[in-house]
Design a protein around this ligand. Structure first.
Ligand code: DP6
Length: 349
């Protein structure tokens, strides 16, 4: 027999960024972060997990290619979920798995991203969140999403925020064992549903510096990171939470853009410097800044993760349509585009 579960998890985009760890193994951050979870129809991971007595080892396929599960991050997630497994019974199939049996059963995992892996579009966030969620369903884990977020966090920090929709805060926590380093939902997806997110894919190439090694170098070498983590971000977190509660777009946009820019500034302040954005990214920033200024009030916020792709958050559909027209004019597409989806502007590559 084979028992299977399939789950789908959207990715999330940080508007106040996580950058830097205080514990590399447990993945504990040096500051709180806030993100928005995307619509599952757009950027998401779909994962099927299966268990069978015929499986002789844990195995995983990502986008159809087998990958190794030997890394500590996968092992930590598998161990934490297995430790919380409960009895499972499927009467139709005549399957009965007792809690203790899970320690000896192996799983097969097949995961697909509907967007470029490791191109700075937070694919590890959706990936680990989906892995942990689907394994938890398969093994009948009786924990709430907060506890599951702390397990997904051990796969990839940003993954803990993908267990919820809407706006989500990852509380860095204080405990040594990371027990209080969990994600909480600030507001659900209906709270601010006028917002429209456009992902402008500048390049789908794999990023040169992974987030993991990039943030390690920043913590070790940047003179600015401590000021960011201890002084700037705590203040911004409070302001951002308030802006989200009040649906105050001008404040939200100002904080989002400033935090993205500061994150890239600390990357530049790292030795050797890390450049995630390219000329096209910089031109997108100028385009948005100019338009926002000419309108007198912000219409669109921009944010860039560990790659050159722009995430643009428009205040409503009208602003998104106008933004898209501007992008199409300045960055002619070389692939199909539609609102909410990809714009390919490949001018400088
Ligand atoms: C720039 O979560 O990918 O997207 O915890 O080492 O797996 P690891 O890093 P990861 O870093 C994400 C960094 C970011 C900002 C953010 O999502 O908050």
């Amino acid at each position: 027999w084979v028992l299977m579960v399939t789950a789908q998890t959207p990715t999330n985009i940080a508007v106040i960024k996580y950058w830097g760890k205080r514990d590399e193994d447990l993945i504990l951050a040096i500051n709180d972060s806030i993100s928005v979870t995307l619509d599952p129809a757009h950027l998401c991971t779909t994962t099927t997990v299966a268990v069978s007595p015929a499986f002789d080892q844990d195995r995983m396929w990502l986008n159809g290619k087998e990958i190794s599960l030997s890394g500590g991050r996968y092992q930590n997630c598998l161990r934490e979920i297995r430790a919380r497994a409960s009895d499972v019974e499927d009467e139709n199939k005549g399957i009965k798995i007792a809690k203790k049996d899970w320690q000896n059963l192996h799983v097969h995992v097949a995961s697909y991203n509907n967007f470029p892996t490791a191109a700075g579009l937070a694919s590890s966030a959706a990936g680990f969140a989906c892995l942990v969620f689907s394994l938890a369903k398969l093994m009948n884990v009786q924990e709430d999403n907060g506890k599951l977020s702390a397990i997904a966090r051990q796969g990839s920090g940003s993954a803990c925020r993908s267990l919820y929709g809407g706006f989500v805060k990852w509380i860095m926590g204080k405990e040594e064992n990371g027990g209080d380093s969990i994600a909480v939902q600030l507001v659900d997806e209906k709270h601010w549903d006028e917002l429209v997110i456009i992902i402008a894919v500048v390049s789908s190439r794999q990023k040169e510096t992974s987030s993991t090694s990039g943030m390690r170098d920043t913590v070790e070498t940047s003179a600015l990171i401590e000021h960011r983590a201890k002084v700037v971000v705590p203040k911004r977190i409070i302001q951002m939470e308030e802006a989200i509660q009040n649906r105050d777009f001008p404040t939200f946009a100002q904080l989002t853009c400033a935090d993205s820019n500061q994150f890239h500034a600390v990357c530049m302040d790292t030795s050797p410097p890390i450049f995630y954005m390219n000329d096209t990214s910089h031109r997108v920033i100028s385009c948005v800044e100019k338009w926002n200024r000419s309108e007198g009030t912000p219409q669109v916020a921009y944010t860039f993760d560990a790659g050159p792709n722009a995430v643009l958050i428009a205040r409503n559909r009208k602003a998104a349509t106008l933004m898209l027209q501007r992008l199409l004019f300045h960055f002619p597409p070389n692939s199909d585009t539609d609102l909410n989806s990809y714009v390919i502007g490949d001018k400088s590559i």
